[in-house]
Design a protein around this ligand. Structure first.
Ligand SMILES: [Zn+2]
Length: 103
């Protein structure tokens, strides 16, 4: 059986026996559905924590093109504020062309 699993704490896929969670932060999406409870974010820098927070929390959502995320060390008083621009990911749809001969 594979030891490669999703960590229940930080959400990263990694080898369970070697995995160590990245440092923990608190993050919150500002002005969204009156959400006002900070959630955990993980990253070695505050910027990477904001990035993984967006990837984990919002990849399947109908999110705006730009978001404002606040993040801080757990228990800190001051928030650091970040502007996040959402990049659309290209997708490819393949269909066979019938009735045309190859060159
Ligand atoms: Zn982890």
């Amino acid at each position: 059986m594979s030891d490669f699993q999703r960590c229940e704490n930080c959400g990263e896929y990694d080898w369970k026996s070697k995995h160590k969670c990245a440092p923990e932060w608190e993050a919150i999406l500002v002005d969204y559905h009156d959400e006002d409870v900070p959630r955990k974010a993980f990253g070695h820098t505050i910027e990477s924590a904001v990035e993984s927070f967006c990837e984990r929390g919002f990849s399947d959502w109908d999110h705006p093109e730009e978001m404002e995320i606040w993040a801080r060390e757990p228990g800190a008083v001051e928030w650091q504020k970040f502007e996040v621009t959402v990049q659309p990911v290209p997708g490819f749809t393949v269909s066979e062309i019938s009735g045309i001969k190859a060159p």
